[in-house]
Design a protein around this ligand. Structure first.
Ligand code: ADP
Length: 644
């Protein structure tokens, strides 16, 4: 891709260069042709100047009347020597005098050649230039002519007598060779200067096109890359949503299935209660266990939705690490529970080997740690058809109160080819699609995992033998909160769970009155039941209009407002309540309760005038804490310091 784009810029530059070269060559050819004509004219002019000069030094009256018998006379000798001066000019070969006879032909009358002079009266070859001089106009031969002395270009200048008539002609001969040499030498230097100009302008043009074409091409490249990026992102989003639909259905299935079990078991309990109290108690325990599974599946679902948000955060480069205290035994227990059934469904053994001395109370981004481990564990199950998956957990304590946890997931699956190893963590990259086509996945999991680990100063590595299996090792630094070891994590979990399930309210406020607004009645039921033990009076409204009406007539300490309601949204309802200045609840704290949890949602709602923001699904304890924050202190009766 890159090279073809690079070629494009080279092609454009070469094209510009070619056009420039052709036009410059044409321009130079025409210019050289014109320059050659000019050079020729200037050489001819020089020849003519010499001929005119020589003619000027001759006595016209003597030349016109000279006879053969005058040869040797003083006047002849004067004529001879004044012409001979010009003969000594190195450029020319011969200088001589000519006369046109009455017959119209031309004859020699004086020749300064010392070696082989022409005879007086000897015929000479007439040329167009000679004819012109015979008629009184000096001229030079345009083409060379030959005679017994060689090949020449001659310049002819007329000599006039005192009456103004043409008395004779002085001719100067230049050899054709000399003439051509002059022409060639001067033309060559002209061509040389044109070639230099041509080369300089080509180099200049190349530099200019590099400077102008390159940025243009770069812009094209950037646009092209953006287009590819946008298309890939779009494709990834579609695939991602398709995958999420599947991932979300799985826990929903668990929620509905377990709930069905609860309903049936509850029926059984009420039937047994009268006949067999022991069996009824046993059945009640199962209800508790099913309910715990429902809770876990619900949390899974929430984690997936958070994954989607994470993905968009990663894409925007806004990945935050949120550290909270957590217990390693919970994490391990949940991982075990979530993976053991998936492995069992495929007939795989699943085993966990946990170093019992690892500290149980840790601080870190538990949700992300879960996400990372779930991802490599589900991959191990996905890409293994027979054999086992094993998770080994170890740790290396650091001096600064941190521990570097190491989670190694070993499987006996399909393995990864050596040439594919570096593609594993690349976004959208799925290996051996022809082989793994039926296995669901988007190729995003490990890319997200890697980025999450980078954000947590962790790392992930992979070793694999194609056809035999792989080991993915994740390293994550976490803070240690207490030295209590995790021991047998399953036992730890059970003890902790029991502690946790014994809920007690964090405060009581029988004098307080709050309003819960939601168009989904189930949500109102959940809120009312969550807050039952606080003894607050909880009014409900199932629409914006009903809420406005109630707020107009009653003083509420806190209003919980759902956002997405038909006819009037939560925000519109809030504005109406605030606008009714005399209303008893116009200044009541209004908390936004919404499923809108995308990036920036909180800030947006606070800007609208809400007192605070909570995303759904609502956690009972978090809701109590939130309400307590806004209740007048004198109305709060009981506060459990360590209930949180
Ligand atoms: P996917 O959603 O496709 O599983 P991932 O990013 O989690 O995406 O994994 C990327 C690719 O790495 C997978 O498509 C698969 O080809 C390969 N891969 C991941 N884990 C394993 C494994 N345990 N064994 C073999 N191949 C694996």
């Amino acid at each position: 891709m890159k090279s073809s784009k690079y070629n494009l810029s080279t092609k454009i530059i070469l094209m510009v260069e070619f056009i420039l070269l052709v036009s410059s060559v044409l321009f130079c050819t025409v210019s050289i042709y014109r320059a050659r004509t000019t050079i020729r004219r200037s050489i001819q002019q020089r020849m003519l100047d010499i001929a005119n000069c020589a003619a000027g030094s001759v006595d016209g009256d003597f030349l016109g009347s000279m006879k053969k018998s005058d040869i040797g006379s003083d006047e002849y000798n004067d004529l001879y020597s004044s012409l001979a001066v010009f003969r000594d000019n190195v450029d020319l070969e011969y200088v001589y005098g000519i006369r046109k006879t009455q017959m119209g032909n031309f004859v020699f009358i004086v020749d300064t050649d010392p070696e082989d002079p022409a005879e007086y009266g000897g015929d000479m070859k007439a040329t167009a230039a000679l004819e012109s001089a015979g008629n009184g106009t000096a001229a030079v031969d345009e083409v060379p002519y030959s005679d017994q002395w060689g090949e020449f270009y001659s310049a002819y200048s007329p000599v006039f007598d005192s009456s103004g008539k043409v008395a004779g002609i002085v001719a100067v001969d230049f050899s054709a060779e000399w003439f051509d040499d002059q022409l060639t030498a001067q033309t060559r230097s002209t061509i040389l200067s044109y070639v230099i100009i041509l080369l300089v302008s080509l180099v200049f043009a190349a530099v200019l096109s590099l400077l102008t074409v390159r940025p243009f091409i770069r812009l094209q490249e950037e646009l092209f890359e953006e287009k590819v990026h946008a298309e890939t992102a779009n494709k990834a989003k579609s695939e991602f949503l398709a995958n999420m639909s599947h991932e979300i259905r799985t826990p929903i299935n668990a929620v509905l299935g377990m709930n069905e079990m609860i309903i049936r078991q509850q029926q059984e309990v009420s039937d047994l209660n009268f006949t067999n109290p022991d069996a009824a108690e046993e059945a009640l325990k199962s209800i508790g266990s099913y309910a715990a599974d429902v809770k876990r599946a619900g949390n899974n679902l929430l984690a997936i939705v958070n994954n989607i948000l994470d993905f968009s955060k990663i894409e925007e480069g806004r990945m935050d690490v949120v550290e909270t205290p957590y217990q390693l035994c919970n994490l391990l227990h949940d991982l075990n529970n979530m993976i053991i059934f998936r492995a069992g469904d495929k007939g795989l053994d699943f085993d966990m080997d946990v170093d019992r001395t690892l500290p149980n109370d840790l601080s870190g981004d538990e949700i992300r740690v879960r996400q990372i481990l779930m991802n490599i564990l589900t991959n191990a199950v996905k890409y293994t058809d027979k054999g086992s998956v094993k998770l080994t957990v170890k740790g290396e304590k650091q001096g600064d109160g941190n521990i570097i946890l190491s989670f190694a997931v070993r499987d006996t699956g399909i393995g990864i080819r050596p040439e594919d190893m570096d593609k594993v963590f690349t976004k959208f990259e799925r290996l051996e699609l022809e082989r793994n086509g039926t296995i669901e996945g988007t190729g995003l999991g490990l890319a997200i995992t890697k980025r999450l680990l980078e954000a947590m100063n962790g790392d992930i590595t992979v070793e694999s033998e194609y056809g035999k299996g792989s080991v993915f090792t994740v390293i994550i630094p976490q803070k240690v909160l207490s030295g209590m070891p995790v021991g047998n994590f399953r036992e730890q979990f059970e003890t902790r769970s029991l502690e946790k399930t014994s809920y007690s309210e964090s405060f009581r406020a029988p004098m307080a009155r709050i309003l819960a607004v939601d168009d989904t009645i189930t949500n109102l039921v959940v809120v009312v039941n969550f807050l039952k033990k606080t003894e607050m009076k909880v009014d409900t409204a199932s629409s914006g209009a009903e809420a406005i009406d109630k707020a107009r007539n009653t003083t509420y300490d806190v209003i919980l407002m759902d956002q997405m309601m038909p006819y009037m949204t939560g925000t519109e309802t809030l504005h109406h309540i605030r606008e009714n200045k005399d209303g008893p609840s116009s200044n009541a704290p209004v908390i936004c309760l919404t499923a809108d949890a995308v990036i920036g949602a909180r800030e947006r709602y606070l800007e609208e005038g809400y007192s605070d923001y909570m995303s759904k699904p609502v956690d009972g304890r978090a809701l109590e804490r939130m309400i307590m924050k806004f209740l007048p202190k004198y109305k709060i009766e009981t506060v459990e310091e360590d209930a949180v």
